[in-house]
Design a protein around this ligand. Structure first.
Ligand code: GDP
Length: 296
């Protein structure tokens, strides 16, 4: 991820590194280049604007750190602001609720919800020793239900066999009943996605959410998606009380716009990132690591 953006930003950093003095013009020029690099990476315009402005404010109000050159100071500010943009620290899944703890996944079709549902289940099984039940409410694509069943079977994880002739809401209710009855500790509910946000889909997922009362409502977003992801993030954020984000396909050569925009757009932290198609390709999201790779 971020290949192109990294290249651009590293170029900017390189030109700053040796500088002993920065004129206003140097600073404006750097900010212009950062702004262009972010826009090229498909970061949402309002996010870019706020980001560049906050760097400008920090540069102007900076404490003089005698151990750093002005160029290094600007690099440090850009570094810190990139981390802040994606969220510092790691936010673990909240599993403290009364079991079964429900995790609801939302997002556009193809974002990676079904794959992420299986990856999260495996993660919880391996790292938290939880008994997890996977359920799909995607009655529009029976193939998606089968895909989840196949993954669950491979991983030795519980699967609720959804009958696609029933309404999605009924399936969600039944899956929760099954999780309670069989004493599962976590229920992960995969939902239908459309290629574009539509009112019917939003009404359905809201109803499912009201039924299963999730502790975590995670917005799953493809890091390769640009403006589409931003629109979806906004729409899901308005319809649901999102609690976090799963960023998928970070192993691709994506421009990375969604990764940089999604936290600010949803106001929620990125909890995990998907790093491949396999079910073990999931990592807790560390903005510090991502940024240090990005800036080289
Ligand atoms: P859904 O429609 O949101 O349920 O999306 P799927 O889970 O079916 O994923 C769509 C495609 O993206 C599938 O081919 C997945 O294998 C692929 N995919 C999901 N997550 C990742 C990831 O982190 N990296 C890569 N390379 N592919 C992924």
């Amino acid at each position: 991820m971020f290949d192109k953006l990294s290249e651009r930003l590293q170029g900017v950093m390189e030109s700053l590194r040796g500088r002993g003095r920065l004129t206003d013009e140097n600073i404006s020029d750097t900010l212009r280049q950062v702004r262009m690099a972010l826009l090229e990476a498909d970061v949402a315009l309002p996010v870019v604007k706020t980001f560049v402005e906050s760097i400008r404010t920090k540069v102007v109000g900076q404490e003089i750190d005698k151990s750093l050159t002005p160029g290094q100071t600007l690099i440090r500010i850009i570094n810190d602001e990139l981390i802040a943009l994606m969220g510092a620290g790691v936010r673990p899944l909240n599993l403290r609720a009364q079991p079964p703890v429900v995790i609801l996944l939302a997002g556009l079709q193809g974002a990676g919800k079904t794959t992420s549902a299986a990856k999260l289940a495996k993660w919880l099984k391996d790292h938290e020793r939880k008994r997890v039940l996977l359920a799909s409410t995607d009655v529009y694509r029976p193939a998606a239900i089968l895909q989840l069943e196949r993954l669950a079977t491979q991983l030795g994880i519980g699967f609720y066999p959804s009958d696609p002739s029933k309404p999605a809401l009924t399936l969600a209710r039944e899956a929760l009943q099954e999780a309670r009855r069989s004493l599962y500790e976590v229920l992960i509910v995969d939902t239908a996605g459309r290629l574009h946000v539509d009112a019917e889909m939003m009404a359905e997922i809201r109803a499912i959410s009201a039924e299963v009362m999730p502790t975590e409502t995670l917005f799953v977003v493809d890091s390769m998606a640009g403006q589409d992801a931003v629109n979806a993030a906004r729409a899901f954020g308005e319809a649901l009380s999102l609690t976090g984000v799963v960023l998928t396909k970070t192993d691709g050569d994506a421009r990375g716009g969604a990764a940089l925009s999604v936290r600010q757009i949803t106001g929620q932290p990125i909890l995990f990132m998907g790093t491949g198609e396999k079910t073990d390709a999931l990592e807790p999201f560390h903005a510090e690591r991502v940024v240090s790779r990005m800036l080289g």
